[in-house]
Design a protein around this ligand. Sequence first.
Ligand SMILES: *[C@@H]1O[C@H](CO)[C@@H](O)[C@H](O)[C@H]1NC(C)=O
Ligand SMILES: *[C@@H]1O[C@H](CO)[C@@H](O)[C@H](O)[C@H]1NC(C)=O
Ligand SMILES: *[C@@H]1O[C@H](CO)[C@@H](O)[C@H](O)[C@H]1NC(C)=O
Ligand SMILES: *[C@@H]1O[C@H](CO)[C@@H](O)[C@H](O)[C@H]1NC(C)=O
Ligand SMILES: *[C@@H]1O[C@H](CO)[C@@H](O)[C@H](O)[C@H]1NC(C)=O
Ligand SMILES: *[C@@H]1O[C@H](CO)[C@@H](O)[C@H](O)[C@H]1NC(C)=O
Ligand SMILES: *[C@@H]1O[C@H](CO)[C@@H](O)[C@H](O)[C@H]1NC(C)=O
Ligand SMILES: *[C@@H]1O[C@H](CO)[C@@H](O)[C@H](O)[C@H]1NC(C)=O
Ligand SMILES: *[C@@H]1O[C@H](CO)[C@@H](O)[C@H](O)[C@H]1NC(C)=O
Ligand SMILES: *[C@@H]1O[C@H](CO)[C@@H](O)[C@H](O)[C@H]1NC(C)=O
Length: 676
Amino acid sequence: MARMWFWLSLALASLSAQAAPIVKRNPYTFVLDNPYGDAIFQLGEIAYLANTKYPKAVIAADCQTVTSAIPITVIKTNASSITKDTLTSVIDSYLSADDVFNHDFLDGLYISSAVKTSLDATAVEYLTSLNTTFVFADSTVSVEGSFTTIALESPAEVPIGPYLAHVESGTVSFSTVYRLYPDTYRTFLFGAYDANDGEDNHNPLGTFLPKFWDPMIPVPSRVYSWGDERPLAGERVAIKDLYDVKGLQTSGGSQAWAYITPVSNGTAPSVQKILDLGGIVVGKQKLAQFASGANPWEWQDEHYPFNPRGDGWLTCSASSSGGGCSVAAYDWLDYAIGSDTGSSMRRPAAVSGTYGQRPSQGLMSLERVLPLGGATDTAGVFSRDPYKWIKFSKAWYSPDLYQDSSITGLSPLEVPDTDAFPKTILYPVDYLPLNNSAAEPILQEFIASMSRIFNMTVKELNFTATVQNFSDPIASNFTTLSAATGVINTWSAWEVIGKPLITAWGALFDGRFPPIDPARRPGWKAFNETRTNQVAYDAALVTKNRGVEWYEKELQYSTPESCSESIMLYDIGTGGLPSFRERELNESPDASYLAVLPKTAKITGANICPIFGCADFTVPIGQVPYQSNITFHEEMVPVTINLVVKRGCDFMLYNMIERLADEGVLKTVKTGRTAF
Ligand SMILES: *[C@@H]1O[C@H](CO)[C@@H](O)[C@H](O)[C@H]1NC(C)=O
Ligand SMILES: *[C@@H]1O[C@H](CO)[C@@H](O)[C@H](O)[C@H]1NC(C)=O
Ligand SMILES: *[C@@H]1O[C@H](CO)[C@@H](O)[C@H](O)[C@H]1NC(C)=O
Ligand SMILES: *[C@@H]1O[C@H](CO)[C@@H](O)[C@H](O)[C@H]1NC(C)=O
Ligand SMILES: *[C@@H]1O[C@H](CO)[C@@H](O)[C@H](O)[C@H]1NC(C)=O
Ligand SMILES: *[C@@H]1O[C@H](CO)[C@@H](O)[C@H](O)[C@H]1NC(C)=O
Ligand SMILES: *[C@@H]1O[C@H](CO)[C@@H](O)[C@H](O)[C@H]1NC(C)=O
Ligand SMILES: *[C@@H]1O[C@H](CO)[C@@H](O)[C@H](O)[C@H]1NC(C)=O
Ligand SMILES: *[C@@H]1O[C@H](CO)[C@@H](O)[C@H](O)[C@H]1NC(C)=O
Ligand SMILES: *[C@@H]1O[C@H](CO)[C@@H](O)[C@H](O)[C@H]1NC(C)=O
């Protein structure tokens, strides 16, 4: 498969955000056509993509002129007379809410109106001062001025905002424009955009910024979605490269897998749902290969992404590494979709100081998603803003996409959107306090706020002892429960990925084993189907269900007053210590590895919900300083906490989080070096 590195002569485009009040307009500079026939161009220092192959609209017009591309702005107004003020107020509103539109798109203007109207003298003078060359107008709009006026024979049904227009042989076309941002933290594999080809394809954007080795990510104007009432209208969403998107390669982070599999000919229902809700897919992101828990130094096929927090050398964790770190990094990105089997949403959220969840088992279809463990995999979303996170989640996790009991091995999901909040905060003494004593007061303050707001009682418990006390030999035995999860987490990936990959690669390359990262190589080399097979998998589902049923009877259960009688807290991160991408740095007493098993526990906190099916959300609550051995400067590391409730109580937990945000206890985190 051809890979393309295109040369773009641009400086760090993100530094020059919006044009200041009317300065000299930057002219259109063509850069190249991409292989899909779409145009990459620049206006000044900023690079854009225009979907010229499949424009948003092509309208007949009364014109002889043929012109090359014109950056234009589409305005809709019903003002009976269009004045300078009409125009400036619209332009100012675009400027204040959008990072794609700027004055450079005023070479042309398309004014659409449902009522008869005209440009008055102040408007004409204003456009003349802008050197606007072309004015396109509906038949209802009369225009006289020193510019070329082109009357459209019918109104162009395009959303307002910036476009690239072409005028040729009696037609005007309006092409959607995307601003290209450099992925400076290298969290993406590649950018992507809607092909608009009528076949629901997305095109990859094989464009690269050589000065800093960054892939370029296309984001459409935010103005396009104004007036679109759908819950995710215009929200820019990045996708972990496990999910199929029609027209894009799914690699699972493996070039060997990409080599033997075709470009996706369909879109995962979970991603289709996002598109149906109005979301915009902007690219595919890096992950620990095949959703493993690989440490940064174990990545071979992909280069490990960078975390914007602290000294820039902190881990992004795994496996949804690109997702968490990108949401912590870029204001131009709203959400990233990841998945969680053993910690892969929750831990990346913890180390990037963002919101990220492992939903209840079965809440989201994983059809057309590369599996790790079919009955332990879950889908989640990263966000900086608790309200936006809740809005996305409540719209996305819809009953039509719940998984069937035949997949989860568990009872059918019921997910009430309820304020039947917990009465008890469980503080497990085998998992808490936080490792860094400077971080624990932040947690204590959070607990105090939560118990005040919801009138809850804090109860200490020994989680390990409580489970071991279940009067069921299977549900109380961590060895048995962990072994079942182990079977679930290896069989699906082997059956769907490992075995076909090894077979296909061997056939192609004279019996050779495929080049894959060490996280999977030994396990797949020695895979023993006599031990791990469909029968063992089915038995593991039965064991898992037994654990879940006992958990929901004895530990986190429903009462008439509460969806989940308790909310349990623990930390999936490092307890406020930095953890680094460079292995040796984690040996110091002031740093920590990830996934450390607490001294008296039998399983890591991360494994509680994969075993017991519960909902487990990571939320950022503060930050603590450390002295960096990278910048040799004081830096901040995020402090997060995990909130665990009974399976099916996700929406109750969102309602609690909303309340905590209303009270100022939970906040929107910033992008960049510090979360707060
Ligand atoms: C319009 O053109 C004049 C003459 O070339 C130039 O001085 C002025 O800066 C231009 N204005 C804009 C908004 O580009
Ligand atoms: C203009 O009027 C039409 C017809 O009443 C309406 O559909 C449209 O939303 C209005 N547009 C604006 C910008 O007010
Ligand atoms: C999509 O691809 C799969 C194999 O990769 C094939 O079995 C299926 O028929 C294709 N579907 C369509 C609609 O082309
Ligand atoms: C929790 O209970 C287990 C099992 O009884 C015990 O081994 C462990 O020491 C306890 N942990 C704490 C922190 O009390
Ligand atoms: C708070 O909870 C306690 C029981 O834990 C109850 O007695 C008390 O009435 C509650 N207070 C409020 C204000 O609801
Ligand atoms: C174990 O169960 C017994 C009987 O239900 C109960 O009395 C005891 O408190 C439990 N112990 C723990 C540590 O949960
Ligand atoms: C748990 O199960 C394992 C494996 O079946 C068994 O060896 C062990 O004795 C059990 N532990 C307890 C405490 O029953
Ligand atoms: C595979 O597992 C079976 C059952 O546990 C065992 O008897 C056999 O020795 C294993 N084979 C290899 C090659 O390890
Ligand atoms: C930085 O290095 C010093 C000296 O090796 C060590 O004592 C300290 O713990 C390190 N700091 C961090 C945050 O790892
Ligand atoms: C706490 O930090 C220390 C020092 O790095 C480490 O040895 C220990 O494993 C950590 N404990 C947990 C539970 O993370």
